[in-house]
Write a protein that binds this ligand. Structure first.
Ligand SMILES: C[S@@+](CC[C@H](N)C(=O)[O-])C[C@H]1O[C@@H](n2cnc3c(N)ncnc32)[C@H](O)[C@@H]1O
Length: 225
């Protein structure tokens, strides 16, 4: 059995704990310290790609589309978003933890085909919230996979994103017909209601962790009217 080798560690801001980055042969893992378990594994990424396929489905023929991805993780959602838009698009990826960006510039890069090297990619090292509070219609799609669902996991500050105030701000900074797509480990009826109250047209899709098999995850799709 090939042993895990630790490649790096990173502090999560606001006492959020620690991330551990390790490798076993061709496989990479990012874990959250304590009992919170594995955040990402390089072998399991179908639902992360589905987040982009569903959230950017309306953008295939849009000129100068602007997409926001939060966070980077292992780059699968970013790479899939780049595949959904044309050459005139820009995809901004916001990543809270600088080391995650460094790991993607290094050993993790090949996993998702080095999406950070794509000229359409712009990296924002910092909280995705900073991109969400402009109150100006800026993005055609916002794809969020920063927690396990609509509840702050990586850091408690992320709870703002899923709150009525956060959803209202996101509504304002989406362009007309823009889509907010959120990855979740499972459904959440109350969160769907909160999205509707913020003005969105809401649907959910069940997606699998691996193509056609594995755990069932939920993608919330919230469209600006
Ligand atoms: C589950 S991973 C994302 C996986 C990603 N979808 C992929 O395809 O690999 C969650 C990422 O979100 C980042 N993150 C958590 N909270 C964030 C925030 N408020 N702003 C930006 N990034 C955040 C974490 O550091 C981590 O890299």
């Amino acid at each position: 059995m090939v042993p895990w080798v630790e490649l790096g560690k990173a502090q999560i801001p606001n006492n959020g704990g620690e991330l551990k980055f390790s490798q076993r042969g061709e496989e990479f893992s990012i874990r959250l310290s304590g009992i919170r378990g594995e955040l990402m594994n390089s072998r399991v990424y179908n639902s992360e790609k589905e987040l982009s396929r569903l959230g950017c489905a309306h953008l295939k023929s849009t000129n100068k589309a602007h997409v926001l991805v939060g966070g980077l993780g292992m780059g699968y959602t970013l790479a899939a978003a780049l595949n959904m838009v044309n050459d005139s698009a820009q995809v901004t990826v916001a990543e809270l933890i600088p080391e995650v960006v460094t790991w993607n510039q290094g050993p993790l890069g090949n996993c998702a085909g080095n999406p950070l090297n794509d000229p359409r990619t712009k990296v924002h090292v910092g909280d995705v919230k900073e991109q969400l509070i402009s109150h100006q219609p800026t993005f055609d799609a916002v794809l969020l996979d920063v927690d396990n669902g609509p509840e702050g996991l990586t850091q408690s500050d992320n709870n703002w994103i899923y709150s009525p105030a956060g959803l209202q701000d996101i509504y304002k900074m989406l362009r007309p017909k823009g889509v907010l797509a959120i990855w979740s480990a499972g459904p959440d009826r109350l969160f769907s209601l909160r999205l509707k109250k913020a003005g969105f047209e809401v649907s959910t899709q069940v997606v699998r962790a691996r193509p056609g098999k594995g755990s069932k995850h939920t993608i919330f799709l919230a469209k600006k009217r």
